[in-house]
Ligand binder design. Structure first.
Ligand code: ZN
Length: 227
């Protein structure tokens, strides 16, 4: 799932756990993706980007047992939650739960759209899961994940600008989800590490934009909830 729709999940958590910091929640929803970027750069995990790359279906996440397995996601979510709890004290138990849920939300959402590339555990021979939408029906996958982003916005009662951001980033990524429409993604063909850096850049930019736009509310009475 792309960065904007992972980050949108932080909106639901912010509404449920108002004391949790919004940026902390956004970073939590993308924590395992940052881990994936790092592990790809140092070569521990491996991605194959076909030549030519026409769409997300040409990106194969062939080895990512540490960042994107169900078992490691549970462990990372629990560890991050415990660290937040330890750093913040008992008063912040709701915050640590929210952050832990944010971390775990990532793998759940990826399972909804990924090719079957998510292992149960990092152990060799583990079965792999994923609906296969990215490899078989990328455009419907984009519609589905954008609907998730819009639902998060609706639940949060965000501003029209925030809705515009979610829809605009969804529309801007149509060429990446369509083999028929190309705007230069072929430049990434065969460049798995550069692809990881592009994903990192997308996450950083998206996180900042969601954080800025989510703090604006059309409903003045709700402004305090976002601060
Ligand atoms: Zn992911």
């Amino acid at each position: 799932m792309q960065a904007i729709n992972h980050a949108a999940t932080a909106l639901i958590l912010k509404r449920k756990f108002p004391s949790a910091p919004l940026m902390g929640l956004i970073l939590a929803t993308e924590a395992v993706e940052y881990l994936w970027v790092g592990l790809n750069i140092i070569g521990v995990e491996k991605t194959i980007v076909d030549t030519p790359m026409k769409s997300v279906a040409d990106v194969h996440l062939v080895h990512m047992p540490f960042s994107h397995s169900i078992a490691t996601s549970v462990i990372i979510a629990a560890l991050v939650g415990l660290i937040v709890f330890w750093r913040s004290g008992k008063a912040a138990s709701a915050v640590s739960i929210a952050i832990g849920l944010g971390v775990f939300s990532h793998i759940v959402l990826d399972l909804l759209v990924h090719a079957p590339d998510i292992a149960l555990t990092p152990l060799i021979g583990s079965p792999k899961f994923g609906t296969g939408l990215y490899s078989n029906l990328p455009l419907p996958a984009l519609v589905l994940e954008t609907l998730w982003g819009v639902f998060c916005w609706y639940y949060y009662r965000g501003s029209k600008k925030l809705l515009g951001l979610i829809l605009a980033l969804g529309a801007a990524s149509i060429p990446i989800y369509s083999a028929a429409i190309n705007i230069g993604e072929a430049a990434l063909s065969g460049h798995n590490v550069i692809f990881a850096f592009v994903i990192m850049g997308q996450m950083v930019a998206t996180s900042a934009l969601v954080w800025i736009f989510a703090r604006e509310k059309d409903d003045q009475a709700a402004i305090q909830a976002a601060v």
